[in-house]
Design a protein around this ligand. Structure first.
Ligand SMILES: Cc1cc2nc3c(=O)[nH]c(=O)nc-3n(C[C@H](O)[C@H](O)[C@H](O)COP(=O)(O)OP(=O)(O)OC[C@H]3O[C@@H](n4cnc5c(N)ncnc54)[C@H](O)[C@@H]3O)c2cc1C
Length: 527
């Protein structure tokens, strides 16, 4: 096999003041604030492996929630109280909670000004409802696709401001300059996927690599979706937490993943009304034997109905909600069926669970169904009465809840940990390197539902403020001084690729030896 030689002079090179990696709600918002705070749009680039991909653009749930400071009605709220509620879930820095709370209103109205249609009452008040881990009514939603609508409005503004989006660019190495005891990010190396994906254009690695010099890097790469076996992240989201780890960032709370029940064929989070209508859970073993396994976990149907109902707004698994027949006992039971016993678990909306009887429902369930005018015979009829859109979402994905059961599992939807950041969402140990949105480790353990989207917006604002108003961050720089660092990194990358091509690394693809050098390299890169 021919050895690869990477030559700086043959590689495309670009220079910006600030580079944002990722085009989700967090990254797009940060780009807008950078321009509004004074950085020239020509000096900013958003690099993304796929515009329109990622979690913000492609995910949702029964009622996707945005958590904000309460600004309506007679209930008093204060940034301090909201910060206490954000931090109460544990492992969240109090100062960061206070910043997220204090800047919540500013970011919420920023989204409204960009056209996100958050609902309001006739007095113009942005009413809220109570969400998970929320003692007040701070949550709002525009329906199942809140983050998608946010992202569309943010993208429109990014285009209006003429901020450059370099699509089909996969960033794989952040370059760090070390001086004395301090570390600073100075740029990154990326793969041009347009070249890579085009067989005709792909001649050698030099054509495919792009070097970006940057005074500041803002990582907005979302959650590490690809590492989870069962996931409700959209398939287009893979994540790049490894990029921050390789760069040497300090990370925190990495054990704090958020899991809950979701459908597998079409990845969709089964919260809210999907549970409140009390569907029938059942499992099927290898011999095709079907059982309603939840009956073994709850002493009475009343307990089961209450836990199922509460699962609606206590969606994420929480170990503290197992005891006393809490809602997370259901996640545990589903996990046991699927992962320990190897059975398949389904949710059926066409039939009631065995033992179902309106008289035996827990009082809170009965009252809720009655208030929603949903005291109907079957789960699907109740869902139709409560939330028709919940059925249509599945229908659009060719699943008819009127006729078929959906296979479910305990799936991951969010990583609450990530890069450790300071009050400007800048890495605590790498200067000029920021992490915003899901990749940032600010989220604590049991965050209130919807707090992730608020955190992503506030983080982008804070990073932009720091960059735009600090002399060392907004000034021009000379890339010539950096070429030796990039040359050293290219030598490293060269040797990594040569060892892969030399067969020292095992890849999934077994037939590489049959291919020509060029197509072997392309296959390896694509993988
Ligand atoms: C099913 C589900 C329901 C949810 N419900 C809620 C909710 O109700 N309320 C709430 O607050 N949060 C919710 N969340 C979480 C929230 O949606 C996400 O945390 C948020 O959208 C993440 O936004 P982001 O901008 O950080 O990342 P994303 O929107 O995921 O964007 C990441 C971007 O980075 C790009 N990228 C990644 N790696 C690279 C790389 N190496 N090079 C170039 N580009 C790269 C991706 O292509 C993408 O463009 C939910 C999540 C899921 C999965």
């Amino acid at each position: 096999m021919k050895q690869i030689h990477l030559k700086l002079s043959k590689i495309k090179q670009k220079k910006y003041n600030s580079i944002i990696i990722g085009s989700g709600a967090a990254g797009l918002n940060c780009a807008i604030h950078l321009v509004k705070e004074g950085i020239n749009a020509k000096n900013i680039a958003i690099l993304t492996e796929g515009l329109g991909g990622g979690t913000s653009f492609n995910t949702g749930s029964d009622k996707q929630t945005y958590y904000k400071f309460s600004i309506t009605g007679k209930d008093l709220d204060s940034p301090y109280t909201m910060a206490e509620d954000l931090a109460r879930g544990g492992a969240m820095h109090g100062d960061l909670a206070l910043i997220e709370a204090t800047n919540s209103v500013r970011e919420f109205f920023h989204l409204i000004e960009l056209g996100v249609p958050f609902p309001h009452d006739k007095f113009g008040g942005y009413v809220g409802y109570k969400t998970d881990n929320d003692p007040r009514q701070r949550a709002t939603s525009i329906g199942p696709l809140t983050s998608q609508k946010m992202s569309e409005c943010l993208l429109k503004e990014v285009k209006q401001l003429k901020i450059k989006i370099i699509d089909k660019t996969y960033c794989f190495r952040v370059i760090i300059q070390r001086s004395g005891g301090t570390k600073k990010s100075v740029g990154l190396i990326a793969l041009d996927l347009n070249v890579l994906n085009n067989k005709e254009n792909f001649k050698n690695l030099n054509d495919c690599i792009v070097i970006f010099y940057a005074q500041n890097i803002i990582m907005a790469t979302g959650g590490p979706a690809f590492i989870y076996k069962n996931s409700v992240y959209p398939p287009s989201q893979k994540g790049s937490t490894g990029l921050a780890i390789e760069a040497g960032c300090v990370l925190q709370n990495l054990t704090e993943s958020q899991f809950g029940l979701a459908s597998l064929k079409f990845r969709w989070n089964l919260s809210g009304s999907y549970q409140q209508v009390i569907p029938r859970y059942y499992s099927v073993d290898k011999n095709g034997k079907e059982i309603e396994f939840l009956r073994n976990y709850f002493p009475t149907f009343k307990d089961l109905s209450k836990a199922t109902f509460l699962k609606g707004y206590q969606w994420p698994f929480n170990a503290e909600r197992i005891e006393n027949y809490g809602s997370s006992l259901i996640d545990l039971a589903v996990y046991y069926e699927t992962e320990i016993l190897g059975n398949k678990v389904y949710l059926d909306y066409t039939r009631n669970p065995s033992g179902f009887n309106f008289d035996d429902l827990d009082a809170i369930v009965l009252q809720y169904l009655s208030n929603s005018n949903a005291l109907r015979k079957t789960p699907i009829q109740r869902l139709e009465a409560m939330n028709e859109e919940a059925i249509k979402v599945f229908m659009r994905n060719r699943i008819n809840l009127h006729k078929e059961s959906i296979q479910i599992a305990v799936c991951n939807q969010h990583l609450n940990g990530g890069v450790s950041c300071n009050e400007w969402w800048e890495s605590i140990n790498i200067n000029h390197f920021f992490a915003i949105g899901e990749i940032c480790g600010t989220h604590g353990i049991h965050r209130p539902g919807g707090a992730a989207l608020n955190s992503g917006q506030v983080g982008g604002l804070r990073a932009a403020l720091k960059i735009a108003h600090s002399a060392d961050y907004n000034r021009n720089f000379n890339k010539q001084q950096l070429t030796s660092i990039f040359k050293d990194e290219l030598i490293l990358i060269e040797s990594e690729f040569n060892s892969i091509l030399g067969g020292k690394v095992t890849l999934k693809n077994q037939h590489l030896s049959e291919k020509s050098d060029n197509s072997r390299l392309r296959t390896i890169l694509m993988e």
